[in-house]
Design a protein around this ligand. Structure first.
Ligand code: FPP
Length: 251
């Protein structure tokens, strides 16, 4: 039985979407790569590779719709617990992805960003991300934001540490601390909060992703594995978002 928050699998075209009520920020948990591979008798890393190949398509679709920010959960602080070979494979994806896709992303005026801890990432992972950020820094279209070595609780703790330090050194008065001020201590500083969160693969949870930022996000889930997630699925999620009445605690 399908729940209201789940994909109905109905076909949606971009032309059917309301061009005005487009989510400013869409966050995606790209889950199910391993199961996608298993279904085909392939090693798990083949699923990650196929998942990587899906990123550009969804990013370009988001860009064409006028989404301002697309944040993709590419590697969590908890993913280090995976087998060494799998972690090493994931760490090599940026050096394949960016040379392959950067021209198309540039042509779509996409700006690359990253949230997460640079510390702990190997140089061969970080360097291509930084080069892509540099190359696209003057682009003014979609912000394609990779959450890489990212965890929301750690982000919030770091934010609190920095905020307390500012209180102690006298640059921040405690009675000035409100939601906007605190948001400025997070890695998403300056970005709007996600309006919509999509998770693929049938798992119905948030998994330490943008916990503060998603306080009022609309959540949408699909059973499809990330490598199978199409632009039509993306449009279906946006169409469902557009049918929802956002009340932010009001009536
Ligand atoms: C979760 O699926 C997916 C990941 C941990 C990795 C996602 C990364 C990509 C799709 C590529 C990102 C691209 C770049 C350029 C960094 P899972 O392995 O948990 O799947 P399972 O639940 O079926 O095992």
């Amino acid at each position: 039985m399908l729940n209201w928050f789940q994909s109905k699998g109905s076909k949606t075209n971009a032309s059917e979407l309301d061009k005005v009520n487009v989510p400013r920020h869409v966050a995606v948990i790209m889950d199910g790569n391993g199961r996608w591979a298993k279904q085909r008798g392939l090693p798990r890393v083949a699923g990650h590779h196929s998942g990587m190949k899906n990123v550009r398509k969804i990013a370009v679709a988001a860009s064409k719709l006028g989404v301002e920010v697309l944040t993709l959960y590419a590697f969590s602080t908890e993913n280090w617990k995976r087998p060494k070979d799998e972690v090493e494979f994931l760490m090599k994806l940026p050096q394949e992805f960016f040379p392959l896709e950067i021209d198309e992303l540039m042509a779509n005026n996409v700006q690359i960003r990253m949230i997460g801890w640079e510390r702990g990432l190997p140089e061969h992972t970080l360097e291509p991300v930084k080069a892509a950020m540099k190359r696209t820094e003057n682009n003014t279209g979609l912000i394609l934001n990779f959450a890489l070595n990212y965890g929301s609780r750690a982000e919030m703790l770091d934010g609190i540490r920095n905020l307390v330090a500012d209180v102690q050194n006298g640059t921040l008065a405690p009675d000035m601390i409100d939601e906007d001020v605190y948001s400025g201590y997070l890695l998403t500083k300056g970005l709007p909060d996600p309006d919509l969160m999509i998770r693929t693969s049938g798992e119905i949870r948030i998994s330490n992703f943008l916990l503060w930022q998603m306080a009022y996000s609309e959540l949408w889930f699909t059973d499809k594995f990330w490598p199978d997630f199409t632009t039509d699925d993306f449009y279906e999620a946006i169409a469902e978002y557009q049918r929802r009445a956002r009340r932010y605690g009001g009536v």
